[in-house]
Design a protein around this ligand. Structure first.
Ligand code: BGC
Length: 741
């Protein structure tokens, strides 16, 4: 009797307690229930407050409800150092140094989705540890022109490669309860005039080339946030764009996350209300952001919006929809009590950075197998070039970092050879000696006032006495190179490096050129140099990753995520399309006249002989042999799939990895199609003598093109070919099949 009494009382007490806890705080309710409950408790002012910034990188929560602020951070290669509340200047914290991961071009060059997950998980852990709600990255704008100053932050020229690589990154970040914010949606394909370029592009190119990676990020990666781009499309800024945000992102793709503006990407209150924007950041409204204490109230989505609401000039439903999205973001992140704590600067993070770097480095050329350098045979190595010593984690714009440590290529080489070989160094050229971004200073003094001739003479003299010469040059992160807000002015290497390389090649035939960049470069000296490595901005472990490849501890397995063409005019964006390298003040139309013919889709068709290094290219220290591909049936029905298989064997002496690529070629169609398109890839690891079968499933969806008149994806019955290749130009075998109605 007594026991029953206690049970009943306890039950009643629990019931009361459960009832007392508001729905929005109760973890056992769904996020949607919690969102609706929180929304119902908010005043108009509170609603407007949470949809715009309160500082450079934060927006307020709802203090009354205990709902915390949202904190954002760049992204995408490491966690940005803290800046002042309302300034870009450093807050000068002592605990905000991070691990810098390789730039996203390098990640794409690994062609390894598992490494993308590792990348996302690791950077997400650092973001979480630093108490960030949203990581501003990754970026997936398509590589249209090699001049784009921000290509290094993106994942190359191919929509499928970018899609496959972006999804695991997002999943990795968000496994920490930190939101990924995919950027810059959409058509942000160059930097010059980024705020006033109105992109004109046909729907085919939009859907087939420029949107797929964003769509994958939303639908497969389930990104919780997306960032609008600076440019315009159909004469509306992308941050408040009816077509991109409302019609495509929210309606066609059912995106349920938050659309965040790029910093300063909002220009108009009405459009910001109606055209799909959810959160406004970085506006410089009337210049008030700088200094004025109440500047944030002047944001387009602040007082001007409140006024319109109070005057019944806009509906509360639109506001509620924005607020719902922001609350959903907060419940997925800040208010998820079971998310992990994160970690920072761990050995695992450094190892991840190193491994991604090692797997992303691309061996472009290796005549006479001059690489890897046999440490037992060489006595003296001359390392030449500014990029051998320059810290590359500082600069480039918003992705600039403050790192705990960064191993330069020269230091990586020295520590690898460990006194067994003499390593001598000469600068060779002076490029950018500054080393400062937003108050983060590398601390390196790279000033060198010697003349060009003196620098070259010193380099050539060291080169002529060495067994090997490793030239480490390329671009850097200063304005006009690989850097935000401006583009490169030429495809050629800056600072007279072409001349230097030619002189070095005359002085020593064992010349290895290492190009550090996030973009293709012209190589007028390509035939005079036996070995070329495409290195990237590799972050904290840059020198160790590179040394691993140079000395053969690592067998290179990176493949190019974009095509190298010989000259700028060979690129379709410059040959057919429009591009303006001149700064203008007013809105400028840039038409992507090349349509879908971007990257290898263009060179396959028109510029075969102008390819310097093709998309998907990368050598190994071992060799691979491909069998003839086979298909399990030659006819495919609309709801069916077929399997394309190929056997691949390691025929060399070293363990290595190869990326087997599947392209599909449509033999006849009523709209023009590329010669072939990447539809699958797999990276396989093989021991010497080992053989594996790689199999790809091909479905109707893989055969489609976007019919812009019908506004739908069409797979046209008829003949197709599956092309198995080691790069866009190294075709290993073909097999035909037919799509039946
Ligand atoms: C960049 C974004 C960045 C933001 C915040 C903008 O200038 O375009 O990519 O996330 O600044 O730093």
């Amino acid at each position: 009797m007594r026991k029953t009494f206690f049970t009943v009382t306890l039950f009643a007490a629990l019931l009361v307690a459960a009832q007392e806890k508001p729905i929005y705080l109760n973890q056992s309710n769904t996020i949607e229930e919690r969102v609706e409950d929180a929304l119902s408790r908010m005043t108009l002012e509170e609603k407007v407050a949470i949809i715009h910034a309160q500082s450079k990188f934060s927006s307020p929560g709802v203090p009354k409800l205990g709902i915390p602020d949202v904190w954002m951070t760049d992204g995408p290669h490491g966690i940005r150092p803290e800046v002042l509340w309302d300034e870009w200047d450093q807050a000068k914290w002592t605990n905000d140094s991070c691990v810098a991961y390789p730039a996203l071009t390098c990640l794409a060059a690994t062609w390894n989705p598992e490494l993308s997950y590792l990348y996302g998980k690791s950077i997400g852990e650092e973001a979480r540890f630093r108490k960030k709600t949203v990581l501003l990255g990754p970026g997936v704008n398509i590589y249209r022109t090699p001049l784009n100053g921000r290509n290094f932050e993106y994942m190359g020229e191919d929509p499928l490669l970018a899609s496959k690589m972006v999804v695991p990154y997002i999943q990795g970040v968000q496994s920490n309860g930190v939101a990924a914010c995919v950027k810059h949606f959409a058509l942000n394909n160059h930097e010059i005039n980024r705020h006033n370029t109105n992109v004109i592009v046909d729907d085919r190119a939009l859907y087939e080339i420029y949107l797929p990676a964003f769509k994958a990020a939303v639908q497969e990666g389930k990104a919780w946030a997306i960032m609008g781009a600076y440019n315009l499309y159909k004469n509306q800024h992308a941050c408040h764009n009816q077509y991109l945000l409302n019609d495509i992102l929210k309606k066609e793709w059912n995106f349920d996350g938050v659309v965040v503006s790029d910093w300063g990407g909002v220009h108009n209150t009405e459009e910001a209300i109606d055209n799909g924007l959810d959160m406004e950041f970085g506006s410089w409204t009337n210049g008030l952001t700088n200094g004025a204490s109440n500047a944030y109230n002047y944001y387009y989505l602040a007082n001007p919006y409140l006024e319109k609401l109070k005057n019944n000039e806009t509906s509360i439903e639109i506001l509620d929809e924005k607020v719902r999205r922001v609350l959903r973001l907060i419940f997925r992140t800040e208010m998820n009590t079971s998310r992990p704590w994160g970690s920072m600067l761990t050995d695992e993070h450094y190892q991840a950075a190193r491994k991604i770097g090692e797997e992303g480095i691309v061996l472009l050329k290796n005549d006479g197998n001059i690489l890897p350098i046999d440490i037992r045979k060489a006595k003296k190595i001359a390392v030449i070039g500014e990029n051998a010593i320059k810290m590359m984690t500082v600069g480039g714009g918003s992705s600039s970092l403050k790192v705990q440590r960064e191993v330069s290529p020269l230091d990586g080489i020295k520590s690898r050879v460990n006194d067994s070989i003499e390593v001598v160094y000469a600068r060779g050229y002076v490029g950018d000696a500054s080393g400062e971004y937003n108050g983060v200073i590398t601390g390196q003094d790279l000033t060198d006032n010697r003349s060009k001739e003196e620098l070259i003479a010193e380099a050539v003299s060291l080169a002529s006495e060495a067994d090997y010469v490793i030239f480490i040059g390329g671009l850097n992160k200063s304005a006009g190179q690989d850097c935000e807000d401006a583009d490169r002015i030429s495809l050629n290497l800056p600072y007279d490096q072409d001349e230097l390389i030619k002189r070095l090649s005359a002085a020593n035939k064992n010349l290895i050129v290492v190009n550090i960049s996030g973009n293709a470069i012209a190589m007028p000296w390509v035939d005079n140099v036996p070995a070329i490595i495409q290195d990237w901005y590799l972050g904290s472990e840059a020198g160790n990753s590179l040394a691993g490849v140079l000395f053969g501890d690592v067998n290179p397995s990176g493949k190019l995520p974009f095509t190298f063409l010989k000259e700028l005019e060979d690129y379709s964006s410059h040959k057919l399309g429009e591009y303006s390298g001149t700064r203008v003040d007013s809105i400028i139309d840039i038409e992507y006249k090349e349509s879908i013919f971007v990257g290898y889709r263009w060179s396959d068709k028109n510029k075969k002989d102008r390819v310097l290094f093709p998309f998907g290219h990368g050598l190994s220290y071992t060799t691979f042999e491909y069998s003839r591909p086979t298909v399990n049936k030659t006819k495919i029905h609309s709801n069916d799939s077929i399997n394309i298989s190929v056997r691949i064997k390691n025929t060399g002496k070293l363990e290595g990895k190869e990326v087997v690529q599947l392209y599909i070629s449509d033999k006849k169609s009523y709209l023009p199609r590329p010669v072939k398109e990447l539809k699958g890839f797999e990276k396989v690891s093989l021991k010497p003598g080992e053989e594996k079968e790689v199999s790809f499933s091909v479905k109707k969806d893989d055969l489609c093109f976007f019919d812009d008149k019908l506004h739908e994806w069409v797979a046209e019955p008829g003949k197709f070919e599956a092309v198995i290749a080691a790069s866009a130009t190294d075709i290993k075998g073909r097999v035909g099949f037919e799509l039946i109605k």
